[in-house]
Design a protein. Structure first.
Length: 256
């Protein structure tokens, strides 16, 4: 009970005491005062009861709202967990897809681009060169070891890739072909520039492994062809000519 309740109980007790005194001493004035105090205490008590009921009702309503909000929060938390799980699954799936795409574009041993990427890059570079009236050089290479010993076999791919990476520019494209060979797309490069680039690669290889033999075929747009197929065919023919030598050889395609 709060202080207001105690006050009205006290007033009621006083009224009760006056009523008893009036009965004992037959005092009318005490009886009137006792009745007035009892009336005031009764009215105040009734109001207090109403106020307590209203407060209890309000508390019950607020408690219901709190329970409802708690339920909403639990529901939102559950939805958030579901969304986080979905997002995590999507991130993992995207990562796997990107990894698969990256694997398809690069050679897993050397880190060079794949043959599929080489074909797309060559078409794009020649199309750009056609628009900008600039040359593009294509180089196909084969590097072997053991030729002098009579047991030729492909050279260590990582050694070749390192030599290529040490030589070409960032704007150039280096790829490893499925047959074990290598291909370069040299942007804004004439046949003279391409020959010099291949020669630098040859020197880098010789410095790392003197027993290596490198054959290379060079063809350029537009000097040796106007389409991707023509330029690549000319480079392949030049490589076949270089293979006829039992030593390092760089052959340049001829225009027909």
């Amino acid at each position: 009970m709060d202080r207001r309740g105690l006050v009205w109980v006290g007033i009621g007790a006083v009224g009760l005491g006056l009523g008893i005194a009036a009965a004992v001493w037959n005092a009318v004035q005490f009886a009137v005062i006792a009745g007035a105090l009892a009336l005031v205490a009764g009215v105040a008590g009734a109001r207090l009861v109403v106020a307590l009921r209203a407060a209890r009702s309000t508390i019950e309503e607020l408690s219901g709202e709190v329970d409802h909000l708690r339920g909403d929060l639990d529901h939102e938390a559950s939805k958030r967990e579901d969304l986080e799980q979905q997002l995590s699954s999507r991130i993992q799936l995207t990562s796997v897809r990107r990894g698969t795409q990256y694997d398809a574009l690069t050679d897993p041993v050397t880190g060079l681009f794949s043959e599929g990427y080489f074909t797309v890059a060559l078409e794009a570079r020649i199309a750009s060169a056609r628009r900008n009236l600039k040359p593009v050089a294509v180089v196909v290479m084969e590097v072997i070891e053991g030729l002098r010993d009579g047991a030729p076999h492909p050279a260590d791919a990582t050694v070749v890739a390192h030599s290529i990476g040490q030589t070409i520019r960032e704007s150039d494209t280096a790829c490893r072909l499925m047959d074990g060979g290598y291909a370069l797309v040299l942007e804004d490069t004439s046949e003279t520039g391409a020959i010099w680039t291949v020669e630098r690669i040859r020197r880098e290889l010789s410095a790392q492994a003197p027993d290596l033999t490198m054959w290379a075929g060079v063809a350029c747009y537009p000097a040796h062809g106007f389409s991707t197929e023509d330029v690549l065919d000319r480079a392949d023919v030049a490589l076949d000519m270089a293979r006829e030598w039992r030593q390092d050889r760089i052959e340049v395609a001829t225009a027909e």
